[in-house]
Design a protein around this ligand. Structure first.
Ligand code: ZN
Length: 306
């Protein structure tokens, strides 16, 4: 195994998350501006605007794709993510430092960085949101809470029929957030793993984001609007010593997740890894240990990982 690895390029993925139903991503139980709710949303501490933490989005995408591909683990009732450090999921979403050093073949840092998603029109502290955007509409919401609605949820005890109402705060349906991710590519397998990320996005559209999804909350649509490749040469500039390179849109005009899923690996391979190991890994399917699939010299999965 090579000891050195080198960044080949970065793929910047951006787009929108549109809330089809009210969204509840849970926050500090102390609430906001002294208003206590049983179940408040997470807010940006400087502006009070609700947002979607990158960790929430990343964790949900990971869990959904683990469920779909048979890598979702439970240990004594608690969820634990795949830690084989060999499958496409571990490659994209990362594993803890302990597992990274002791097993598997994915070297280097976690490939995917998921940034916090802020509402469309959000411009930070003391800035006025653009007209017509989600942030501007939130400022005019006729509710008691800034930028959100709240809903009385009633759960009935099935035996005693006793009601236990609670207040759940939500971002209203129709709100739009902007998402941004950066994916680091070091080797051809990084390009080959990427369809799994778009699969995870497709699964999210058919599932939910945040809490109370089984009660209808958190139905979202995702649209990829930007897919920009920054090759290593463009990052290094004159430091690189080679031919100057520029950033480029990858698959311009293709925003459909299914289409991206089938074409992204080939597009990135041809731009970054031409001629390197010309046998793209197939998308894993459920039922077969991922580490055995499409692998030329992958180690067997760790016995504790499944
Ligand atoms: Zn894994």
């Amino acid at each position: 195994m090579d000891e050195n690895f080198q960044l080949a390029g970065l793929l910047e993925i951006s787009g929108t998350i549109r809330c089809r139903t009210g969204l509840h991503v849970g926050g500090n139980p102390e609430g906001f501006q002294g208003i206590r709710l049983d179940s408040p949303v997470v807010r940006d501490p400087m502006t009070g605007f609700p947002y979607i933490p990158g960790s929430s989005l990343k964790g949900k995408l990971r869990a959904l794709v683990e469920l779909a591909l048979g890598r979702y683990g439970r240990d004594r009732g608690a969820y634990h993510p795949c830690s084989c450090n060999a499958c496409p999921i571990c490659r994209i979403f990362g594993v803890g430092a302990k597992n990274r050093s002791t097993k598997g073949d994915v070297r280097g840092p976690t490939r995917l960085v998921v940034q916090d998603s802020f509402p469309e029109g959000f411009a930070g502290v003391r800035a006025v949101p653009d007209e017509g955007t989600t942030a501007a509409r939130w400022e005019r919401l006729p509710t008691a809470l800034p930028y959100t609605e709240w809903k009385k949820e009633n759960s009935l005890d099935r035996i005693t029929s006793a009601a236990s109402p609670r207040d759940v705060e939500r971002v209203p349906a129709g709100s739009v957030f902007g998402f941004a991710m950066v994916y680091q590519l070091y080797e051809p397998a990084d390009a080959d793993a990427l369809p799994v990320l778009f699969l995870a996005m497709e699964l999210l559209e058919r599932n939910y984001l945040g809490g109370s999804g089984s009660r209808g909350y958190g139905k979202v649509s995702l649209a990829v609007q930007g897919l920009v490749l920054v090759p290593r040469e463009a990052l290094l500039g004159s430091l690189g010593g080679g031919e100057p390179a520029s950033t480029a849109a990858v698959l311009p005009g293709v925003a459909d997740l299914s289409d991206l899923k089938s074409r992204i690996a080939g597009a990135l391979r041809s731009r970054l890894f031409q001629g390197e190991g010309n046998d793209p890994l197939p998308l894993p399917t459920a039922g077969t240990p991922l580490a055995e699939q499409g692998s030329r010299q992958r180690p067997p999965p760790h016995p504790g990982a499944s």
